[in-house]
Design a protein around this ligand. Sequence first.
Ligand code: CFM
Length: 464
Amino acid sequence: MPLKLFKCDESIPEREKHCYIKEPGESLAEFLPASNITTIPGSLSERGCSYCGAKLVIGGVLKDTIQMIHGPIGCSYDTWHTKRYPSDNDNFQLKYAFSSDMKEQHVVFGGMKKLKTSMLEAFREFPDIKRMMVYTTCSTALIGDDMKSVVKEVEEELKGEVDIFCIECPGFAGVSQSKGHHVLNIAWMNEKVGTVEPEIKSKYTINVIGDYNIQGDTYVFQKYMDKMGIQIIAHFTGNGTYDSLRAMHRAQLNVTNCARSAGYIANELKKKYGIPRIDIDTWGFDYAKEGLRKIGTFFGLEDKAEEVIAEEVAKYEEKLDWYKERLKGKKVCIWTGGPRLWHWTKALEDDLGMQVVAMSSKFGHQEDFEKVISRGKEGTVYIDDSNELEFFEVIDMQKPDLIFTGPRVGELVKKLQIPYINGHGYHNGPYMGFEGAVNMARDMYNAIYSPLWKLSAEDIRESV
Ligand code: CFM
């Protein structure tokens, strides 16, 4: 019985094909959970919309670009400030939210004028910013506003001083945020890559693809590359600039971290410009070593890679071991988007001796589940697009000591006295690389061993 129908799903039995428990000797080909398909009506999905996948995950990270959302104010507000991706220019991208602020009358009579006014106003308010991304949303896509013609008018009016990129990916464009990643990747490739020539400063050049500088991850990786003498032409999109991404065609190698959100552009760069792609895991102590070795080998910089590894191991291994002593055997769930399941499961098990007992992905595709399940253990629960009630049943079944998830589910599990760590925006990151592995271990240790759990479980009504 490798597929599991949870009790809470008895009225929506279609959920069974999304939930899988790995048993000994099973073939992945037979029992991959169904994924990347429409959420079953009646299931309380945790997914985000397609527009969100383009804006919140990828475009919104850029540090020098106005993110103009053509839609009602909520689409802009709800994808603002919910994720922590800093930048080295005082966090322009985190401070402001832009919107054409569509109201009912604009839905009835059209919102193009309103969009044009908003775009011009935003450029006027921020005279140093010359780049903009404009997004459609459900309402403006449904009424058929012609965003591209507005963009043309604005570019002409501002006499070529500005560059604007259109993303036509309303919330309903796909079954989850994953569609938004795809649309942005492909549109950027088709319209913007190749329109700027970068300054080449090293014999060795790469693009880093699918890293979004969550609490400084990008800075960690940048430091390793600087030490190896490798120039990062474009960082897609952590701490990135709009124009650096237009120059992606000049790198010798694409180093892909989050293959789900950005594998598309890596593939397109390979097809059009012949740039090879290597995939690495940047989270986890052993994976960090492996990743640096792969890059070193590609460029013949094996010695440099070993130097960086030796330096980092000397600094951090002892700290990691201290936490390992205290974390080994602890049971963990990972309930995030998709890739972090396969990036993290073996890292937690091999680096720290923990046990990953359940993994849930909001929008992973079949290839993500292949990776997750082949890296994951037997007896572990694997779920696609799970709902809150399933989460509660998993907790009863697996009795985890800690859960990696977002604040929404995190706040719920806290009520069951189970600690959670923000698996999206992190608690106290960065989590990437060697120092990141130690930070992650420290956050887990602090969460599991906090004395507050005992106190929070106590009912004080009778003692007062
Ligand atoms: Fe890639 Fe990401 Fe993730 Fe993701 Fe996301 Fe994310 Fe995620 Mo939250 S790009 S797929 S769409 S690694 S926001 S930074 S943590 S669900 S597993």
